[in-house]
Design a protein around this ligand. Structure first.
Ligand code: AMP
Length: 403
């Protein structure tokens, strides 16, 4: 199948062509025709599946069909980075069909955003908090809105945006098309969908909350104090072209970035305490190859589309399976392969168990010289280890000793 089969506007096809995007991904094959007809949709899909184009292409086709009014489409995204990224995709395609797009997010001045909103653009991509601010100040109205997209809805709820999202939606016309993308489908997302979507078509790409198969996953059991040494060795010795390295807190992120930089690694950090300008510079530098390694916290990194990353390294194990899945989704984007390495310490028993349970399997452990014992209490159904004793093994009852 080819994008031409959707009878897309030739001007949009030309833009896709320049990027070498020819064959629609699974979500695009399913979503584009249904969205073009105007249906509501819930897409359970992670970043990396091509979800942005899946909603952007039919939306642009629908908008380009009529006279383009002000603020006809609104995309809400959890982070400034995702908003910038989606804005980049839509602005480029929109330009080809004469539809302008503005990005509205916190951390930067109101002035230019007010100008864009007042002048009127076809499409607004925004984070909920800042947009609501503008709406309350009378800077933005959505009387002609046709299409609403809630991107990474699960993350927006995690970040506490639900009240803002509800306040925004209540100010939008009821007659509209609503699309909700979410990497996972917890009960709160189901409720949100029932409240604001009308008979949505539901599309699931892959299994819910399962990472893309192309990611090779590996655990490194390690003593906490040896993590930095292991990381340096890994970056030096393994074939790590480019890596995103995830840590739990802002100070840890800063510390590890500094330590790597001191050793001559081309690295930059991205976390909530850095200014928007610094974050943009870090991202642009990472994308261009100026920095080979990006050290980040979850919140800052969620939803970023960085194509060339060969490795994701969980320096700190994520606290829950959703974050694990989001993190390792940074690698193996679209159809490329990637590696996801997770450092586990003896204290990481619980998060490790939760992750393995969500994946339905034990992850392979690296047998390296500094490996320490790390217990995993998860045993996939049907898998037996150790000596059999009436169906239950001794090791199974005690948990598996790893490393
Ligand atoms: P997304 O899931 O929207 O964040 O997209 C992930 C990445 O896949 C982006 O860099 C897109 O440019 C790329 N992409 C989207 N659709 C396709 C496609 N049909 N073929 C190749 N790459 C794609």
């Amino acid at each position: 199948m080819h994008f031409e089969d959707f009878e897309l506007d030739p001007r949009l096809l030309r833009v896709l062509d320049t990027k070498g995007i020819e064959t629609p991904t699974m979500i695009q094959r399913e979503a584009i025709p249904a969205l073009f007809e105007g249906r509501d949709m819930v897409a359970v899909a992670q970043t990396g599946t091509g979800k942005t184009l899946a909603y952007a292409l039919p939306a642009l086709m629908r908008l380009a069909e009529g006279r383009v009014q002000r603020n006809m489409m609104l995309v809400l995204a959890p982070t400034r980075e995702l908003a910038q990224q989606v804005h980049g995709v839509i602005a480029e395609l929109g330009k080809a069909v004469g539809i302008r797009c503005a990005a509205v997010y916190g951390g930067t001045g109101f002035g230019p955003q007010i100008d864009a909103l007042k002048k009127g653009v076809g499409i607004v991509v925004a984070t909920p908090g800042r947009l609501l601010d503008h709406m309350r100040r009378g800077n933005a109205r959505f009387d002609d809105l046709m299409i609403l997209v809630l991107d990474e809805a699960d993350r927006m709820l995690d970040m506490g945006f639900l009240p803002d999202i509800k306040s925004i939606i209540r100010k939008l016309p009821e007659q509209r098309q609503t699309v909700m993308c979410s990497a996972t489908f917890p009960r709160e997302i189901a409720r949100l969908s029932e409240e604001f979507l009308r008979e949505p078509q539901r599309i699931e790409v892959g299994q819910i909350a399962k990472p893309v198969d192309a990611v090779r996953q590996m655990l490194y059991p390690v003593h906490p104090e040896r993590k930095l040494g292991l990381l340096k060795t890994m970056l030096r010795e393994k074939n790590v072209d480019s890596a995103m390295i995830f840590l739990r807190t802002k100070p840890r992120t800063e510390r590890v970035a500094k330590a790597l930089r001191k050793d001559g690694f081309k690295v930059q950090a991205i976390h909530g305490d850095r200014s928007q300008r610094q974050r943009n510079e870090a991202l642009a530098g990472f994308r261009s190859g100026k920095y080979r390694f990006l050290v980040a916290t979850d919140v800052a990194a969620r939803g970023l589309d960085i194509q060339a990353v060969s490795h994701v390294i969980n320096y700190d194990i994520p606290e829950n399976p959703d974050d694990y899945i989001h993190r390792i989704g940074r690698t193996a984007r679209a159809s490329a392969e990637g590696d996801a390495v997770t450092f586990v310490t003896p204290a990481d028993m619980l998060p490790l168990e939760a992750i393995e349970r969500a994946l339905g399997k034990n992850l392979p452990r690296a047998d390296w010289e500094g490996a320490v014992p790390v217990i995993s209490l998860y045993q996939p159904p049907g898998v037996q280890t150790g000596r059999k004793r009436r169906g239950i093994t001794h090791r199974r009852r005690r948990g598996r000793l790893l490393g």
